[in-house]
Design a protein around this ligand. Structure first.
Ligand code: WT7
Length: 663
């Protein structure tokens, strides 16, 4: 494998002077200690990074066979207190968030004191509704300050928040409401996206109609000023709610057990409906804070910007809990990279003098495609470090980012992690070692990855040998269960290799020990860094009365990383028309949301299946990728072993059909 050219580590000498972790030797020593003695490693950090009402009795206790994980058992703390109250002493007037609206004319900064005041008001309103520790609150808001406010208000009183990404449809919101049984829903009239209004309240109304579960109250923040329907018995405007007479300005933070739930966040899996990944308080908070500090090497006077939506875990950890626990200043951006033009990110970087910037490969590709000039319109020399997350970054995108945005200097932190991991798992650190484009370098502290051979289940023996990625030991940020379904948690993550956490990704380690993530090896597609289960999209497609069967796979997509490819068979005597394709696309968007829009639909007379009736997605992926163009592929053995397929003849028309679809 190619050694990293010299210019990739131009930053190393400079970072070695300033970084928290400033040499390979220091990293190696800390890493060793984190695995050998997690108590001695995480205990002092928990004291340094968090404020506690009561000390813990033991740092770690776990059973990976049962999927039972406990960090800082017996300890008591409150996340809202850690993010707000304790900063009032020395950071009350420090900016917590620079809010940058979708409209460049709309911006506002919010200090720690202001954030604290607003959080207390909303917490007081929640208390007045009788909301207490353990109750669920679903939050469906655009990227506005009120989103972290709502989350922290819940955390303050011990309620469990579940944020639903504003791009999800009413149906998706309804299914999350039905699963988590919230007493309160917090939403807004609308949000802005590229100059257009997205009617969140309308979706929320529809979701509540669809859902069997009744929420008691809906709190609505007025943001977009669009008209809304109103149910006065159930709905309350945010500004009226917090202005109510007699509502206290201060709510005592609820002392939570270290392992009390902090939030639920739904994410797709290879089967069934999205699952409610549950994170608890102390371990998650600590892991988020420490990784924010060290991976981005953030100093207290630097501005951080993570462009993710808070509706995903990246936003939870690196816009809300990580930065606020550390008392940092970050940017909270409502808009999109393309509006008003594709230089928006760099305009915002320049405006707030962002030092550390974290985004997704898909955004970089979309921006790079629009040309280099836009990137050079702004002075981005304030940038000192870049990050990416969500999918493997392709070399072209990496080089563009490094050269045009990083000025051939900023190191790029390619952070591999997951909703379930709570924070970074395998990632470079800026002063530890040269970076190899496309590799996420080395494991973060406490993380012990291992690649197991898919056939033998044993650790791979050679450098660069690919296999399934497992993690051997618990780390503080990991999820603790699937909400309401611990069996599913055990089954999904701890049953493939008892005693180890299964990531769902394929990976390899090269001869220098660098880690490379290949991508998902389960039935999950990664679209623009967002996870979608093939089963979910298939379920949406078969809701159509003309559809007999559907099989969905991912395929390489220039912008999104992976696109969604659907093979659909219709019922007898149904015409396979363009109009039907349009209907199907609309149906999926309605059931899940625009992110699940199929890119290509191919009609299939029949789908390849095993004798037990399982669709052979491996074969379909190859066809969808355009990797097989020879109709005689089956006969020539190009598709590999097809002996388990009931009727290999179904493949020929699928290969021909693929050729006639242009992608
Ligand atoms: C999946 C997790 C963690 C926040 C974003 C997505 C893929 C994530 C990388 C990376 C290669 C990556 C993996 C992982 N992924 N980051 N740096 N390099 N792949 O969270 O929706 O839970 O998805 O995203 O396949 O399993 P998520």
């Amino acid at each position: 494998m190619e050694k990293p050219p010299k210019w990739y580590d131009a930053h190393l000498d400079e970072y070695r002077k300033v970084a928290y972790i400033n040499s390979r030797a220091q990293y190696d020593e800390m890493y060793r200690q984190s695995l050998e003695n997690p108590d001695a490693f995480w205990g002092p950090l928990a004291k340094e990074y968090l404020s506690w009402y009561r000390d813990w009795d033991r740092v770690l206790d776990y059973d990976f066979v049962e999927g039972r994980i406990e960090w800082f058992g017996g300890g008591k703390l409150n996340a809202s207190y850690n993010c707000l109250d304790r900063h009032l002493e020395d950071k009350a007037d420090k900016v917590a968030y620079y809010f940058e609206g979708d409209d460049p004319g709309m911006s506002r900064s919010v200090t720690y004191r202001e954030l604290y005041e607003e959080v207390n008001k909303v917490a007081a309103w929640l208390v007045a509704q009788g909301i207490k520790k353990g109750d669920r609150v679903v939050i469906y808001l655009p990227m506005i300050i009120q989103l972290p406010v709502a989350m922290l208000a819940c955390a303050r009183i011990g309620a469990i928040h579940s944020v639903v990404f504003g791009g999800f449809s009413a149906e998706s919101l309804a299914s999350r409401i039905e699963d988590s049984h919230p007493r309160i829903l917090i939403t807004s009239d609308g949000g802005f996206r590229a100059g257009k209004v997205v009617s969140l309240k309308k979706n929320a109304d529809e979701a509540l109609k669809l859902s069997e579960w009744e929420v008691e109250k809906v709190l609505v923040y007025r943001h977009a000023g669009n008209g809304v329907e109103w149910d006065a018995g159930r709905e309350v405007w945010w500004h009226e709610a917090i202005a109510q007479d007699g509502l206290p300005d201060y709510v005592e933070p609820e002392p939570m057990d270290a392992e009390d739930p902090l939030f639920i966040l739904y994410t797709s899996g290879s089967t069934g409906k999205p699952k409610g990944v549950l994170h608890t308080t102390a371990g998650y908070l600590l892991y988020g804070a420490v990784s924010t500090r060290w991976v981005f090497d953030i100093k207290d006077d630097e501005v951080f910007w993570c462009t993710a939506d808070i509706g995903w875990v990246t936003g939870h950890t690196y816009i809300v809990y990580g930065p606020l626990t550390c008392g940092l200043t970050t940017v909270l951006f409502e808009g999109v990279p393309s509006y008003p033009a594709y230089d928006r990110f760099w305009a915002v970087v320049e405006k707030y003098k962002v030092a550390k910037f974290y985004t997704a490969p898909t955004a970089i590709r979309a921006i790079a495609r629009e040309g280099d000039e836009l990137a050079h319109k702004h002075d981005t020399s304030c940038l000192k470090l870049l990050g990416t997350v969500g999918e493997p970054i392709n070399p072209e995108a990496w080089r563009w980012y490094y050269h045009h945005i990083g000025r051939d200097w900023c190191p790029i932190m390619d952070t591999w992690w997951q909703t379930e991991t709570g924070g970074h798992m395998i990632t470079p650190l800026p002063a530890v070692a040269p970076i190899k484009p496309g590799s996420c370098s080395f494991p973060f502290f406490g993380v012990e990855p291992v690649v197991l051979d898919a056939d033998t289940g044993r650790p791979v023996e050679f450098a660069n040998q690919e296999g399934a990625l497992f993690i051997k030991k618990p780390w503080p940020g990991m999820a603790r269960t699937v909400y309401g379904d611990h069996e599913r948690f055990k089954e999904t993550y701890f049953s493939k290799m008892p005693g180890m956490y299964f990531t769902g990704d394929g990976a390899k380690q090269d001869e220098d020990g660098y880690w490379w993530i290949i991508g998902r090896i389960d039935d999950v597609i990664n679209v623009s860094g967002h996870r979608l289960g093939t089963a979910e999209i298939e379920s949406a497609l078969v809701l159509h009365e003309d559809v007999a069967e559907a099989a969905v796979v991912g395929f390489p997509h220039a912008l999104k990383g992976q696109g969604i490819y659907a093979f659909v068979s219709v019922k007898p005597n149904i015409a396979t028309t363009e109009a039907l394709k349009k209907d199907l696309v609309a149906l999926v968007r309605k059931e899940i949301g625009p992110i699940a829009t199929p890119d290509l639909i191919q009609w299939a007379d029949a789908l390849p299946k095993t004798r037990s009736g399982k669709i052979m997605r491996r074969l379909l992926s190859k066809i969808a990728a355009g990797a097989v163009t020879d109709p005689e592929a089956v006969e020539k053995g190009v598709l590999g072993d097809v002996s388990t397929i009931t009727d290999p003849e179904v493949l020929r028309p699928l290969i021909l059909g693929r050729l006639s679809l242009n992608s």
